[in-house]
Ligand binder design. Structure first.
Ligand SMILES: Nc1ncnc2c1ncn2[C@@H]1O[C@H](COP(=O)(O)OP(=O)(O)OP(=O)(O)O)[C@@H](O)[C@H]1O
Length: 247
Protein backbone atom coordinates (compact mmCIF):
# COMPACT_ATOMS: atom_id res chain seq x y z
CA UNK A 1 0.00 0.00 0.00
CA UNK A 2 1.40 3.45 -0.86
CA UNK A 3 2.42 5.50 2.16
CA UNK A 4 0.93 8.63 0.52
CA UNK A 5 -2.18 8.08 -1.54
CA UNK A 6 -4.40 10.63 -3.29
CA UNK A 7 -7.55 9.37 -4.95
CA UNK A 8 -9.68 11.72 -7.07
CA UNK A 9 -8.72 14.67 -4.90
CA UNK A 10 -10.32 18.06 -5.48
CA UNK A 11 -9.51 21.18 -3.50
CA UNK A 12 -11.41 24.40 -4.04
CA UNK A 13 -10.90 27.70 -2.21
CA UNK A 14 -14.13 29.70 -2.40
CA UNK A 15 -14.58 29.73 -6.19
CA UNK A 16 -11.01 28.81 -7.11
CA UNK A 17 -10.03 25.24 -7.95
CA UNK A 18 -6.46 24.61 -6.74
CA UNK A 19 -6.38 20.81 -7.17
CA UNK A 20 -8.43 18.82 -9.65
CA UNK A 21 -8.91 15.06 -9.91
CA UNK A 22 -5.48 14.36 -8.44
CA UNK A 23 -4.62 10.69 -8.10
CA UNK A 24 -1.17 9.30 -7.27
CA UNK A 25 0.59 7.03 -4.82
CA UNK A 26 4.05 7.24 -3.25
CA UNK A 27 5.58 4.08 -1.84
CA UNK A 28 7.49 3.88 1.42
CA UNK A 29 11.16 4.76 0.96
CA UNK A 30 10.65 6.63 -2.32
CA UNK A 31 12.23 10.01 -2.94
CA UNK A 32 9.95 11.95 -5.26
CA UNK A 33 10.18 15.43 -6.77
CA UNK A 34 7.09 17.47 -7.51
CA UNK A 35 7.37 20.08 -10.26
CA UNK A 36 4.98 22.39 -12.05
CA UNK A 37 4.53 26.02 -13.01
CA UNK A 38 3.79 28.54 -10.29
CA UNK A 39 0.25 28.29 -8.97
CA UNK A 40 -0.27 24.74 -10.25
CA UNK A 41 -1.16 23.42 -6.81
CA UNK A 42 2.10 22.03 -5.39
CA UNK A 43 1.83 23.70 -1.98
CA UNK A 44 -1.87 22.88 -1.77
CA UNK A 45 -0.95 19.24 -2.37
CA UNK A 46 1.64 19.44 0.44
CA UNK A 47 -0.87 21.05 2.77
CA UNK A 48 -3.32 18.24 2.05
CA UNK A 49 -0.61 15.70 2.96
CA UNK A 50 0.03 17.67 6.15
CA UNK A 51 -3.67 17.65 7.01
CA UNK A 52 -3.85 21.44 7.23
CA UNK A 53 -7.22 21.26 5.48
CA UNK A 54 -9.41 18.48 4.09
CA UNK A 55 -9.95 17.83 0.38
CA UNK A 56 -13.21 19.17 -1.07
CA UNK A 57 -13.69 15.74 -2.64
CA UNK A 58 -11.76 12.50 -2.90
CA UNK A 59 -9.48 10.94 -0.30
CA UNK A 60 -6.00 11.64 1.03
CA UNK A 61 -4.35 8.88 3.00
CA UNK A 62 -0.97 8.98 4.68
CA UNK A 63 0.16 5.65 6.12
CA UNK A 64 -3.47 4.59 5.79
CA UNK A 65 -4.73 7.47 7.95
CA UNK A 66 -6.65 10.64 7.18
CA UNK A 67 -4.14 13.46 7.91
CA UNK A 68 -6.86 16.07 8.49
CA UNK A 69 -9.15 14.03 10.73
CA UNK A 70 -6.22 12.49 12.66
CA UNK A 71 -3.94 15.51 12.81
CA UNK A 72 -2.38 14.59 16.16
CA UNK A 73 -1.41 11.13 14.94
CA UNK A 74 0.76 12.84 12.30
CA UNK A 75 2.63 15.30 14.45
CA UNK A 76 5.66 13.07 14.78
CA UNK A 77 5.38 11.20 11.54
CA UNK A 78 5.61 13.97 8.97
CA UNK A 79 8.19 16.78 9.01
CA UNK A 80 8.48 19.76 6.67
CA UNK A 81 11.45 21.85 5.59
CA UNK A 82 10.57 25.16 3.96
CA UNK A 83 12.45 27.50 1.62
CA UNK A 84 13.44 29.78 4.48
CA UNK A 85 14.69 28.02 7.59
CA UNK A 86 11.89 29.45 9.79
CA UNK A 87 14.04 29.51 12.93
CA UNK A 88 13.12 31.52 16.01
CA UNK A 89 15.71 34.36 16.00
CA UNK A 90 15.87 34.57 19.81
CA UNK A 91 16.68 30.87 20.20
CA UNK A 92 20.01 29.15 19.59
CA UNK A 93 20.50 26.45 16.95
CA UNK A 94 20.19 23.81 19.67
CA UNK A 95 17.02 25.34 21.10
CA UNK A 96 15.49 25.64 17.64
CA UNK A 97 16.01 21.92 17.05
CA UNK A 98 14.57 21.11 20.49
CA UNK A 99 11.42 23.09 19.71
CA UNK A 100 10.61 20.68 16.88
CA UNK A 101 10.85 17.74 19.27
CA UNK A 102 8.72 19.55 21.82
CA UNK A 103 5.90 20.00 19.29
CA UNK A 104 6.31 16.40 18.17
CA UNK A 105 5.76 15.20 21.72
CA UNK A 106 9.21 13.64 22.18
CA UNK A 107 10.15 13.20 25.88
CA UNK A 108 12.14 16.20 27.14
CA UNK A 109 15.04 14.13 28.48
CA UNK A 110 15.88 13.15 24.88
CA UNK A 111 15.89 16.64 23.34
CA UNK A 112 19.46 17.73 24.06
CA UNK A 113 21.19 14.53 22.95
CA UNK A 114 19.13 14.17 19.82
CA UNK A 115 19.56 17.84 18.88
CA UNK A 116 23.35 17.70 19.37
CA UNK A 117 23.56 14.48 17.39
CA UNK A 118 21.58 15.86 14.42
CA UNK A 119 23.39 19.19 14.41
CA UNK A 120 26.68 17.27 14.32
CA UNK A 121 25.45 15.02 11.51
CA UNK A 122 24.59 18.15 9.56
CA UNK A 123 28.04 19.63 10.09
CA UNK A 124 27.19 22.07 12.89
CA UNK A 125 29.10 20.55 15.82
CA UNK A 126 30.44 23.47 17.83
CA UNK A 127 27.73 25.87 16.55
CA UNK A 128 24.96 24.63 18.86
CA UNK A 129 24.85 27.89 20.80
CA UNK A 130 24.89 30.17 17.77
CA UNK A 131 21.81 32.29 17.11
CA UNK A 132 20.29 32.27 13.60
CA UNK A 133 21.76 35.71 12.76
CA UNK A 134 25.23 34.31 13.50
CA UNK A 135 24.78 31.53 10.92
CA UNK A 136 24.92 31.64 7.11
CA UNK A 137 21.80 30.86 5.06
CA UNK A 138 23.13 27.37 4.35
CA UNK A 139 23.85 26.77 8.05
CA UNK A 140 20.37 27.98 8.99
CA UNK A 141 18.91 25.51 6.52
CA UNK A 142 21.07 22.80 8.13
CA UNK A 143 19.49 23.66 11.49
CA UNK A 144 16.09 23.41 9.85
CA UNK A 145 16.98 19.96 8.45
CA UNK A 146 18.28 18.88 11.87
CA UNK A 147 14.97 19.99 13.39
CA UNK A 148 13.06 17.92 10.83
CA UNK A 149 15.19 14.76 11.13
CA UNK A 150 15.48 14.90 14.92
CA UNK A 151 11.83 13.93 15.37
CA UNK A 152 12.57 10.78 13.32
CA UNK A 153 9.61 11.28 10.96
CA UNK A 154 8.52 8.63 8.50
CA UNK A 155 7.95 11.24 5.81
CA UNK A 156 9.92 14.41 5.05
CA UNK A 157 8.38 17.10 2.86
CA UNK A 158 10.64 19.78 1.39
CA UNK A 159 9.04 22.89 -0.08
CA UNK A 160 11.72 24.60 -2.18
CA UNK A 161 14.16 23.88 0.65
CA UNK A 162 17.34 24.37 -1.35
CA UNK A 163 16.29 27.13 -3.73
CA UNK A 164 17.36 30.13 -1.65
CA UNK A 165 20.96 28.87 -1.53
CA UNK A 166 23.74 29.35 -4.04
CA UNK A 167 24.10 26.39 -6.40
CA UNK A 168 27.27 24.97 -4.80
CA UNK A 169 25.82 25.06 -1.27
CA UNK A 170 22.50 23.73 -2.54
CA UNK A 171 24.19 20.82 -4.32
CA UNK A 172 26.09 19.79 -1.19
CA UNK A 173 23.06 20.02 1.07
CA UNK A 174 20.87 18.20 -1.45
CA UNK A 175 23.35 15.31 -1.53
CA UNK A 176 23.42 15.14 2.26
CA UNK A 177 19.62 15.27 2.36
CA UNK A 178 19.34 12.37 -0.11
CA UNK A 179 21.82 10.31 1.94
CA UNK A 180 19.97 10.99 5.20
CA UNK A 181 16.60 10.11 3.67
CA UNK A 182 17.96 6.89 2.19
CA UNK A 183 19.97 5.86 5.29
CA UNK A 184 16.96 6.46 7.49
CA UNK A 185 14.64 4.53 5.16
CA UNK A 186 12.38 7.58 5.01
CA UNK A 187 9.97 8.71 2.34
CA UNK A 188 10.87 12.10 0.87
CA UNK A 189 8.75 14.44 -1.24
CA UNK A 190 10.41 17.56 -2.58
CA UNK A 191 8.73 20.50 -4.31
CA UNK A 192 11.18 22.21 -6.60
CA UNK A 193 11.27 24.81 -9.36
CA UNK A 194 14.63 23.50 -10.48
CA UNK A 195 14.55 20.91 -13.24
CA UNK A 196 18.17 20.02 -12.48
CA UNK A 197 17.20 19.32 -8.87
CA UNK A 198 14.21 17.20 -9.88
CA UNK A 199 16.36 15.19 -12.31
CA UNK A 200 19.13 14.47 -9.82
CA UNK A 201 17.36 14.27 -6.47
CA UNK A 202 15.04 11.32 -6.56
CA UNK A 203 13.87 8.33 -8.49
CA UNK A 204 10.60 9.80 -9.68
CA UNK A 205 9.11 13.11 -10.80
CA UNK A 206 5.44 14.03 -10.47
CA UNK A 207 4.57 16.80 -12.91
CA UNK A 208 1.57 18.91 -11.95
CA UNK A 209 -0.34 21.10 -14.35
CA UNK A 210 -2.87 23.77 -13.34
CA UNK A 211 -5.28 23.29 -11.72
CA UNK A 212 -3.44 20.74 -9.56
CA UNK A 213 -3.71 17.85 -11.96
CA UNK A 214 -1.15 15.10 -12.55
CA UNK A 215 0.23 15.68 -16.05
CA UNK A 216 3.00 13.08 -15.90
CA UNK A 217 4.64 10.60 -13.57
CA UNK A 218 8.22 9.97 -14.63
CA UNK A 219 10.67 7.34 -13.38
CA UNK A 220 14.23 8.69 -13.23
CA UNK A 221 16.97 6.11 -13.82
CA UNK A 222 19.79 6.16 -11.27
CA UNK A 223 22.55 7.23 -13.62
CA UNK A 224 21.11 8.56 -16.89
CA UNK A 225 23.51 9.36 -19.73
CA UNK A 226 23.38 12.92 -21.17
CA UNK A 227 20.98 11.95 -23.98
CA UNK A 228 18.57 10.26 -21.54
CA UNK A 229 18.82 13.26 -19.22
CA UNK A 230 17.94 15.61 -22.07
CA UNK A 231 14.97 13.44 -23.05
CA UNK A 232 13.76 13.45 -19.43
CA UNK A 233 14.15 17.21 -19.25
CA UNK A 234 12.09 17.67 -22.42
CA UNK A 235 9.41 15.34 -21.07
CA UNK A 236 9.15 17.24 -17.76
CA UNK A 237 8.90 20.57 -19.60
CA UNK A 238 6.24 19.17 -21.91
CA UNK A 239 4.25 17.99 -18.89
CA UNK A 240 4.45 21.43 -17.31
CA UNK A 241 3.13 23.28 -20.34
CA UNK A 242 -0.63 23.21 -21.02
CA UNK A 243 -0.33 22.10 -24.64
CA UNK A 244 2.21 19.27 -24.08
CA UNK A 245 2.70 16.39 -21.67
CA UNK A 246 2.22 12.67 -21.62
CA UNK A 247 -1.35 12.67 -20.33
N1 LIG B 1 -5.83 29.51 0.98
C1 LIG B 1 -6.08 29.81 -0.28
N2 LIG B 1 -7.16 30.55 -0.63
C2 LIG B 1 -7.44 30.84 -1.92
N3 LIG B 1 -6.70 30.40 -2.96
C3 LIG B 1 -5.61 29.68 -2.68
C4 LIG B 1 -5.24 29.33 -1.34
N4 LIG B 1 -4.10 28.58 -1.37
C5 LIG B 1 -3.78 28.48 -2.69
N5 LIG B 1 -4.68 29.13 -3.46
C6 LIG B 1 -4.67 29.22 -4.94
O1 LIG B 1 -4.57 27.90 -5.43
C7 LIG B 1 -3.69 27.84 -6.56
C8 LIG B 1 -2.57 26.86 -6.25
O2 LIG B 1 -1.72 27.45 -5.27
P1 LIG B 1 -0.42 26.70 -4.69
O3 LIG B 1 0.16 27.58 -3.66
O4 LIG B 1 -0.79 25.32 -4.31
O5 LIG B 1 0.49 26.66 -6.00
P2 LIG B 1 2.05 26.31 -6.11
O6 LIG B 1 2.16 25.37 -7.28
O7 LIG B 1 2.57 25.85 -4.83
O8 LIG B 1 2.63 27.73 -6.49
P3 LIG B 1 4.14 28.30 -6.29
O9 LIG B 1 5.02 27.44 -7.14
O10 LIG B 1 4.06 29.69 -6.80
O11 LIG B 1 4.46 28.22 -4.83
C9 LIG B 1 -3.20 29.27 -6.81
O12 LIG B 1 -3.99 29.83 -7.82
C10 LIG B 1 -3.43 29.95 -5.47
O13 LIG B 1 -3.69 31.31 -5.65
Amino acid sequence: MPVIEFTGVEKAFVDHRAVHDLTFGIEEGELVSVVGVTGCGKSTTFNLILGLFPPSEGTVRVAGHDPYAEFDWFRRRVAVVFQDARLLPWRTALQNVCIGMRFAGIPKDQWQDRARDWLARLGLAGRENAYPHQLSGGQRQRVSLARAFSVDPEIILCDESFSALDEITAQGLRREFVDLVREGGKTGVVITHSLAEALTLGSRILVLRPPGHLADDIAVPSDPDPAALEALRARVLAGMTPEGGAE
